[in-house]
Design a protein around this ligand. Sequence first.
Ligand SMILES: *Cc1c(COP(=O)(O)O)cnc(C)c1O
Length: 452
Amino acid sequence: MSETIKYVLDETQIPRFWYNIVADLPRPPEPVLHPATHQPIGPADLEPLFPMALIQQEVSAERSIEIPEPVRDVYRQWRPSPLYRARRLERALDTPARIYYKYEGVSPAGSHKPNTAVAQAFYNKQEGVRRLTTETGAGQWGSALAYAGAIFGLEVKVFMVRVSFDQKPYRKALMEVWGAQCVASPSTETNAGRQILAASPDSTGSLGIAISEAVEVAAQHADTKYALGSVLNHVLLHQTVIGQEALAQFELANDYPDIVIGCTGGGSNFAGIAFPFIGAALRGERKVRVIACEPAACPTLTRGRYAYDFGDTAHLTPLVKMHTLGSTFIPPGFHAGGLRYHGMAPLVSLVQELGLIESRAYTQTACFEAGVQFARAEGILPAPEATHAVRGAIDEALRCKKEGVSRAILFNLCGHGHFDMQAYIDFLAGKLEDRHYDEAELAKSLAALPAA
Ligand SMILES: *Cc1c(COP(=O)(O)O)cnc(C)c1O
């Protein structure tokens, strides 16, 4: 058998519909609450921030939502993304497991994020929006939206978490190449930013703060709307092209995963690969084990509380029920910037509550070790975020070896790490440390959860 095994679909097999797991869940998601009144909000409450088409997707219970042809046309540039069998990694691990990975690093921005950025930019353009604001941590989402803005002719303004802004100048440059404006957050351009800077002038920022800034600017300008790169139902929905393609590719492989694994920051790439498989199981088709892998320094699913919380630090966003570390929680520094969010997607939180998924937390050195082992076997350099999924997959493969059983393991290689070389430099130099969050800070942050 050939060593390189790649399962490719042709363009006509790009999914025609996004898959909405809400239709198959045994109970509906909890309502979204108004930040001031704590009453359930309606579509009109979200109109200052999002175009109506996306609001309708946010609250939809339809199983299949048609992908507009102009969006499919942009997807065609890199979709369907390849599914690989990791034979060389299997050999390096000497495991009987069959390891597969879906590679989302083939998009122009190098991650899964353009799957939703393109859809969001399309609907905003269609509804006459001139400019989008957003936040970004490591810069993956900001660059994905900058790319989508360039494609559909929208201005894009990105608030980038200060610590990444300083550490990752190349992501900012990429956004600017695509015509976007990128400012460090907290900034002096918004009330939310100025308040933080007044209290702590050296603030290194957080995703929660950057969201506050982006939401504030969108709320104050009629021609501007806000775009979020994860967490929300419509974002997870757009990512389901990943899992749907994987289902078709497993048919080509004449196999089916026993275990599906993804890393979780806000939950979108994980939902993208896992929800179509969970849905199939809920509809009585084959069962799968599904594992979410998160950073030990920001352990939302494994240590967070399932409660109503704000999505941002300044408490401008609605309240959603999710696993949360508290909106004031600021994780210690670690390299997987895309996984530093205090909350988890409400739908991912719900499927965990329903017992449909497991979750695990890994330290960053354990993840980089797995990332380097993967790169040496398979050639592709994983994004620091993606190394959490690699760690999870390798651990399961080693368990197969110990138990002497062959299971099929699928994981989402959600992005490449070409813009994250400093992290690999530090790891290879033995300089990477596992910093732990402060238990007292977490307790304080959880104690401050809103009483909803
Ligand atoms: C943004 C990002 C993540 C985290 O976001 P999710 O919504 O949890 O997917 C993970 N991996 C990569 C490569 C990212 O860019």
